[in-house]
Design a protein around this ligand. Sequence first.
Ligand SMILES: [Zn+2]
Ligand SMILES: [Zn+2]
Length: 130
Amino acid sequence: MPTKRRAPDSARLDRVVAEAREAAEARARTYREQALKLFPWICGRCAREFDRSTVHQLTVHHKDHNHDNNPPDGSNWELLCVYCHDNEHSRELKAAASDGSPSRDETAAATHRPFAHLADLLNKRRHGDR
Ligand SMILES: [Zn+2]
Ligand SMILES: [Zn+2]
């Protein structure tokens, strides 16, 4: 049996994963900053107010649960404190569990996003190497 299998280039894979993660984090920082500029620093659920020392507890919720949908007018964003944001998502999970459909948000966050573009990235790199 010929064994032509090449050892996976794990260093390159690590780098691609790191770059993809950095891009996602950079994007998250960007839409958070934009949302914080657009909206008053108040939780959309409990109306708690935030200032510079507490604003890290204020998070950006995506109304349609698509973290890639970031219109600059902020129409898909809602500022929620970490507690209300947690509630918002656990409520959805319970609702999803009762009607049997998976939560789109969780699915997108857990499986879709970090590696969605990885195949593309790897393909591009491969062409570039030759
Ligand atoms: Zn709240
Ligand atoms: Zn959310």
